[in-house]
Design a protein. Structure first.
Length: 496
């Protein structure tokens, strides 16, 4: 049979992760200094604090090993972890870091200062500023500055190192970024199997006025390492132990993500740097932990992440014949067809799911066939119709769909009903339908996918919901009947 319908495979959110800095750079922490980004990491090789710089958050250049050339007298070389850097009220750069205290053998937190983000950072102290010897030591400091300019330090008590619980703590900092007030316990591990016996690498972020405490869980040297979160009433808690975790785990292009750090990108968007294994997992297997950067979003109160440096895949398309045979082109994958089935009525329409990972076929009796991640929400296959179904469209907001008959009757499944021409005397039958995009066009009154147009063979267009009327072919007196209709999808904003 002749292929009668084309469905476009919309590029899905990129699922493949690519490092922005593909060297061993664990526990990255990023500071923005007048539009230039400085990244600091856990010790690798002979550099106590490796560092790199970037102007866009994607392309990074190493600075060298002179950021923190000399450890204080209390610290032992070889165990400098998770630095965090910020500028105090006087313009001095302050770095909190983790190092091995020689006398106790525990990891503890120190504080160093410098006149430049590239150092040299100096710590002349005789003891760490935080060392919780009764709970295994203290690691993974992170500076969080609230929207009112007040700063706080979060860190982890390293109880899992001696068989106890891990804890996440916070304490206020004064204008010189020195400890002030008293420490508050925000969270302990336990109750969530994905954490294993470890939570660590805390980082506080304020998103849309709400406080989110992010942390890493499980063993960093495995693919089980992941990022979780909890919500807090403020930087000093209290915090809830939410169960919708982890929110970032091993995926295509990276394994064992963790050691996260939030910063503001060049265009003002919230970004998250983290480390993960891009290839072999574990140092014993020859692996390294590269730095990645993610965009940050929240849906229903739950954070989600996408690659900041993603390249959207090339789009493809499908053709379907009247027997439901599907032909895939470009990057469009084949998910299935009805080509081998005996159908009651021919296939007359096709539509892709909002994420491009599935599609529906619709027959003229309204029978629906779902493939890939397309969900079946209902059909008119068992309903006696006044006129045959001629097309379908997808509501990108709900993931449901509409069916349209040749008289303009609309059948909504898991999608809102906005109106139809079913009771209108039409000069020509309806032959096509398209939905408005979901939140992607400035010309929509309500960018929620909630509207549709109908077009008939004469080229007349009937808008419903938030679908605007731009014109129609009826004024051009087409010499051949109109047989289809499509909506222009605005292009996605390019990713740097």
């Amino acid at each position: 049979p002749v292929a009668v319908v084309i469905g476009v495979a919309q590029p899905a959110a990129a699922s493949s992760w690519t490092p922005v800095y593909n060297v061993d750079f664990p526990d990255p922490s990023i500071t923005d200094v007048d539009g230039i980004y400085y990244a600091y990491s856990t010790q690798t090789g002979f550099a106590n604090v490796p560092a790199a710089t970037s102007t866009d958050g994607v392309n990074w250049t190493g600075i060298g090993g002179t950021i923190f050339p000399t450890l204080p007298l209390w610290a032992t070389f070889g165990f400098t972890w998770a630095p965090t850097v910020a500028r105090d009220s006087s313009g001095t750069y302050v770095m909190f870091y983790t190092a091995r205290e020689a006398s106790s053998g525990l990891q503890c937190i120190g504080r160093a200062t410098a006149l430049s983000p590239t150092g040299p950072f100096i710590d002349l102290s005789l003891a760490p500023v935080i060392c919780q010897t009764g709970v295994g030591g203290s690691i993974d400091p992170d500076i969080f500055t609230d929207s009112d300019g007040t700063s706080y330090l979060t860190w982890k008590s390293d109880g899992d190192s001696n068989g106890d619980l891990s804890g996440i703590w916070a304490q206020p900092l004064d204008s010189t970024l020195s400890l002030a007030g008293s420490p508050k316990l925000l969270l302990t591990n336990g109750g969530q199997s994905w954490q294993g016996t470890i939570i660590e690498g805390p980082d506080m972020a304020k998103i849309d006025g709400s406080y989110y405490l992010f942390y890493s869980g499980n063993d960093y040297d495995t693919s089980h390492y992941a990022v979780g979160y909890t919500t807090c009433s403020g930087p000093l808690g209290p915090c809830a132990n939410v169960s919708y975790n982890p929110v970032l785990s091993s995926s295509e292009g990276m394994a064992g993500p963790g050691g996260e750090d939030f910063f503001t990108g060049p265009n003002g968007q919230l970004l998250m740097a983290f480390a993960a294994w891009p290839g072999a997992v574990g140092y014993e297997n020859g692996g390294h932990r590269a730095m990645y950067v993610a965009t940050v979003g929240v849906s229903g109160g739950v954070p989600y992440f996408d690659p900041y440096n993603a390249t959207l895949p090339d789009a493809g398309y499908w053709e379907t014949g009247s027997d439901g045979g599907v032909f895939a082109y470009g990057d469009a994958p084949f998910y299935g067809s009805t080509g081998g089935l005996t159908l009651n009525k021919p296939i007359v329409g096709m539509a892709a799911t909002p994420d491009g990972r599935g599609y529906w076929l619709v027959a003229s009796d309204g029978g629906i066939f779902a493939f890939g991640d397309a969900q079946f929400y209902g059909s008119t296959g068992n309903i006696r119709l006044n006129k045959p179904i001629v097309g379908m469209a997808v509501d990108a907001g709900t993931g449901g769909y509409w069916l349209v008959a040749s008289d303009g009757g609309i059948f909504a499944f898991h999608a809102p009903f906005f109106g139809s021409t079913g009771a209108t005397a039409l000069a020509q039958p309806i032959v096509g339908m398209a939905a408005t995009p979901d939140g992607a066009g400035y010309w929509l009154a309500a960018a929620d996918g909630g509207g549709y147009w109908l077009t008939n063979a004469a080229g007349n267009v009937y808008p419903f919901g938030d679908a605007p009327q731009f014109g129609s072919a009826i004024t051009s007196s087409p010499t051949h009947p109109i047989v289809g209709f499509g909506a222009d999808q605005p292009s996605p904003v390019p990713t740097p």
